[in-house]
Structures are given as structure tokens and as C-alpha cells.
Design a protein around this ligand. Sequence first.
Ligand code: DLL
Length: 436
Amino acid sequence: MIWNPNKECMSRDEMSALQGKRLHKIVEYVYHNVPFYRHKLQEMDLTPDDIRTIDDIVKLPFTTKKDLRDNYPFGLQAAPQSEIIRIHASSGTTGNPTIVGYTRKDIGVWSECMARCLTAYGVGRDDIFSVSYGYGLFTGGLGAHNGVEMVGASVVPASTGNTEKHAKLIRDLGITGIACTPSYALYLAETMEQIGITKDQIKLRVGAFGAEPWTEKMREEIEERLGLKGFNLYGLSEIMGPSVSYECQEQNGSHINEDHFYPEIINPVTLEPLPKGQPGELVFTTLTKEGMPVLRYRTRDLCSLMPGECGCGRTSVRMTPITGRSDDMLIIRGINVFPSQVESVVLSMPEFAPRYLLVVDRINNLDTLEVQVELRQEYFTATFDTPAAIDQLKKRLSDKLRSVLSISAKVQLKAPNAIERSQGKSVRVIDLRNQK
Ligand code: DLL
């Protein structure tokens, strides 16, 4: 099933023509309504008439998170306040949050994009669907909610928190689908096990997981423990929220709603556009947004665009899973380290739960890395009174980490449930160097 075959299955030529037309229109719109963009274009000696086809996009300036922060709160808003019907804010780790206003049309586009995702996952009118992303300033809750209503399933706005009650509702209402972060899905599975709800008592069959990076190993674990099929859901507040891209039943990359969000991949150092298939930083231009359109927004997410057609019949371009961010890369003793590398090591060892934390510090001018990781319950029970086995496991983990990261890390094994759970995005890194 495809929600909008007219748009999701266009020929390449039709899609490029539509994108070119929309790009010209959006550039004209921001030129006249957002002084920030008008000045940028004027500095580059550009007018909207220079942007006629989608290939002209490379002439346009990039927009960064810093630009959004510097223009806090409404500097990049293009529509008059009277047209804005919703405002979300994305939390930053530092500085001002990013404020994003949506017009009625924007909310309609967003709902349709989310409906496309859910349809691709196989969600329909007969489903009872729990939205367990946070409702509030975060785009996850309300964004997914509108899409579920649009496809006509029954939405259960569970949000996060009160996980035991949620688990019981999943059983008692016969909830068939859930949208949440992959880490929350694991937390939910743990909670169910603790309160004695078994897989055969629940009807979950579809999960829409995103808002944070996750791996195939995590997918397998969630699917096994909750008895459902897990699909990727990608998005970011600056562009729309959840629904920028989604997996179909083929699960071979995530289809981008490219009639609304035009993707490019650039080299994050030289800012040169890269050919399709090469990995780099993902950049998006919103082609239809009225509230806060953005030109060539640098997401900092690292992935590649996939060439070729998909077996599902959709022709929209696909992106690979996000492998990291060009800015969450840690530099430890001069070596680039991605938390996802640690995750791959942790998940490759059956003794560990997929719960880990990187603590980076600087002691006597030397960077240190400590990796905390939780033991699985069965392994913990079997070994906690045999220190030799624990020491051996610690050594195996640190050897593996050294060979993958090219630096040594101190390893701290934790008892099951000792690492603090998050109900939203999980915190994977604590960098104490920033506080010194
Ligand atoms: O996380 C929107 C969202 C909500 C997406 C619910 C999916 C589901 P932000 O808080 O602005 O928006 O964070 C956006 O989260 O740039 C990525 O780094 C990361 N991210 C989002 N989805 C995925 C995903 C929402 N499926 C940032 N895989 C993005 C990997 C993801 N990373």
C-alpha cells in the first residue's frame, strides 16, 4: 500500500521538474520575506531568477544551526505570525533552542508525510497505535500523532513516562503499533518482563523507531523481545520533525519525501556536493514549507543517498541509516571516535545489554575515555561472584575497543539496570572536558 502514489512513485524527470519549480518558488518567497536570506543572496550576487532548475541549488548558501540560533526566536520565520498555528522548539545542548513555527498548510504537509511513513510500515484503519514519543515542544509526539489520525488508525497518545501503565494498556487494548525511540522500546520490553507481561499476551506488530541512531543488532533485539517488525523513521525539527524519511517493507534504506525535502550529500570539510552513493553530510532544503523554510540546512548527520530503484514501487530516493554526526564525533587524544563504534563492539558481545555510556575527561592534560556498559541479567547472575570471569570479560571488551577505536579505553562493567534510562533520546556521552 502506498499513501500517495502520485507523489511517491513519480518518474525521475517529473520529480526533478517539480523540485525545480518548487525551489524557484521557495527562493523567491524567502527572498521577499526573510531579510537573513535576502542579504545572503545579495552578498552572493544572486536573485531568485538565477534559481530555475533543481541543479541550480548548488549556487545557494548553506544554513546552519548557528544561523537559527543567532536569529532566535523568529528571525528566520517567513510567514506572518497570524498564519502560524503551531510552534515547536528543539532543545540544544548549548545556547538558544531552535524555534520552528508551522502554518496550517505546513501541518497538513507534515501529517501527509507521516501518513506516507505509516502506510509504508503497513499501518491502517484497523490498527490501534500508541505514540510514545514525548508530546510537547519536541516534534516526535504531535508529529506522529497527526499522521496516525490521518491514516485513520486509533491513536493512543501515551507519550513517555508511566511505562508500567503503558505496558498494561498495550496488553489490555490490544495495541498493534507503537512509535517511540529504539531505546524506549527496549525499556518498555524490560518493564513488561519485570511486571510479567509476556509476548503472547500482546498484539504489537509494527514499531516506528527513530529520533536517535540505532543499529541492525538493536532492531533484532527489539523485534525479538516485543514480537514486532521495527521500521526506521527519520526527521529533524529544523526541517519538519518525524517523517522526513521512512523505511518501506523492503527495509533497504529510508525513502525521503523528496517532493517536500530536497536532499544533498556534501563533504563536511570542503562543503563540496558529493555524487549519489558517496557518504557525507546530509543537507536538506524545504521545498514547500511556509512557516520557516530553510535553504540547504546542514543536518550534521552522516549517511549516503542510495542509487537505484526500490522493489516496493516507490521511486523516491533512499538514504542509508545515519552512521554518526559530523559534530558528535569525539576527538580523544587526537583520534576521531564515534559513539556508534563503541555500540557496535558492545552489541557484538552477547554478555552485554545494549546500554552503554562514554565518559570523556581530561586528567593531567591527557584525554581519558571510560566506557561503562551493563551486563545482561543472565550473565550477571552466573558470574557476579566469580571475579576472575569478570576480569577476563573486561579485558576482552577493552581489547576489542582498542582495536576498533585505535585508542585504549577504561572499561567499567555495570550491574543490570545500573545505567540511567532515558524516556526520550538516550544520553550516550558525557564529556567532562567541556566543563573544565
Ligand atoms: O528527533 C524528530 C524525530 C522524532 C524523528 C521522532 C524521528 C522520530 P530533533 O530532536 O530535531 O528531531 O533531532 C534530529 O535526531 O538530526 C538525527 O541526528 C537524529 N535522528 C532522528 N531520527 C533518526 C533516525 C527529531 N531514524 C536529529 N536515525 C537528527 C538516526 C536520527 N538518527
